[in-house]
Design a protein around this ligand. Structure first.
Ligand SMILES: C[S@@+](CC[C@H](N)C(=O)[O-])C[C@H]1O[C@@H](n2cnc3c(N)ncnc32)[C@H](O)[C@@H]1O
Length: 237
C-alpha cells in the first residue's frame, strides 16, 4: 500500500474489503464497519456506499489496484467525481520484487504480456496462451484455470523450448509459497498442491500468479551498465 492509501484508509469511516485483506490490514481498520463487497449486488452496494457517505469517507481495500483485472471499474464509473483511485502495489510488482527479477531484460526479453485464460476465453478470436508464449516474451498469467500439466504443455509448444517458470501463491500474504523451476520440472515440484483452486467447491480464482520467461533465470553482468555509463550518462562538455 502507498502512504497515501494508508492515510486515506486510516481516516475513512467505513471499509469494503474482500478476504483476506480485512486481516492483513487489520491495524488500519479498527473501530470501522468492514464489509465484503461481493456480499452485495450492484444496486445494494451503491445504497450502502450512499448511506456510509453520510458519516464520512468510504474506502475499498482491493488486491493490487485498478490497473489490471479489477472488478471495481463499474463502481468507479458510476460514482464519477465522488470516486478517487489510489495506486497500490499490484501483483506484477510484488512478484518482480519477490523473484528479484526485472520482467524485461535487454537481449533476453523484449516484451511482457499480461493475460488470463479466463478472460481470453471470453472472446471468440482471442489468442490462446500458446500463441502468446514465444521466445523473448515474459508472460504473466493471472487467474489461471488450466490444470498445470496442460498449461505447461501449451507453454512448451509456444516457446518451442524449455524456459523458466515461477508460481507465486499468496504473494505478501500469510501462506505465501513460491515455486520456481522450468517447464520440464515444475509439475513435479508443485506436486499435489492445488495452487489454482481447481479442486475447490467455490469458483473464486486463487491468489496465484504464474510468471514465465527466460528473464527469470538470466544472469546479468556489468556490460550493459558500462554501455549506459559510457553512452548515455557520461558528462559531455
Ligand atoms: C481479479 S485479479 C486482481 C489483480 C490485481 N488488480 C493486481 O494487479 O494485483 C486476481 C488475480 O490476481 C492475482 N493475484 C492477486 N493477488 C495475488 C497475490 N497476493 N499473490 C499472487 N497472485 C495474486 C491472481 O492471479 C488472482 O487470480
Amino acid at each position: 500500500m502507498t502512504l497515501k492509501g494508508a492515510r486515506l484508509l486510516g481516516d475513512c469511516h467505513a471499509v469494503f474489503a474482500p478476504p483476506p485483506f480485512e486481516q492483513t490490514f487489520a491495524r488500519f481498520l479498527q473501530g470501522k464497519p468492514v464489509l465484503v463487497p461481493f456480499d452485495y449486488y450492484f444496486e445494494e452496494i451503491l445504497g450502502k456506499i450512499t448511506q456510509f457517505l453520510e458519516e464520512g469517507d468510504v474506502a475499498f481495500l482491493i488486491p493490487g489496484d485498478l490497473t489490471f483485472y479489477s472488478p471495481f471499474q463499474a463502481l468507479v464509473d458510476t460514482l464519477g467525481e465522488k470516486a478517487e483511485v489510489v495506486p497500490g502495489v499490484g501483483t506484477a510488482n510484488a512478484a518482480s520484487a519477490q523473484l528479484k527479477k526485472t520482467l524485461d531484460l535487454p537481449g533476453v526479453s523484449n516484451r511482457a504480456i499480461l493475460a488470463s485464460p479466463r478472460t481470453l476465453g471470453d472472446a471468440e478470436n482471442a489468442p490462446t496462451l500458446q500463441e502468446l508464449a514465444a521466445p523473448g516474451v515474459t508472460l504473466l498469467i493471472y487467474m489461471n484455470n488450466i490444470p498445470l500439466p496442460q498449461l505447461v504443455a501449451q507453454l512448451k509448444s509456444g516457446y518451442g523450448k524449455n524456459v523458466p517458470i515461477a508460481i507465486a501463491h499468496r504473494l505478501g500474504l500469510p501462506g505465501e509459497e513460491i515455486v520456481t523451476g522450468d517447464l520440464g520440472d515444475i509439475v513435479g515440484k508443485v506436486g499435489q498442491r492445488d495452487f489454482f483452486n481447481l479442486d475447490g467447491k467455490d469458483r473464486r480464482p486463487a491468489l496465484t500468479l504464474v510468471v514465465v520467461g527466460e528473464t527469470l533465470a538470466a544472469k546479468v553482468d556489468g556490460t550493459w551498465w558500462d554501455y549506459r555509463r559510457e553512452n548515455i550518462w557520461k558528462h559531455r562538455n
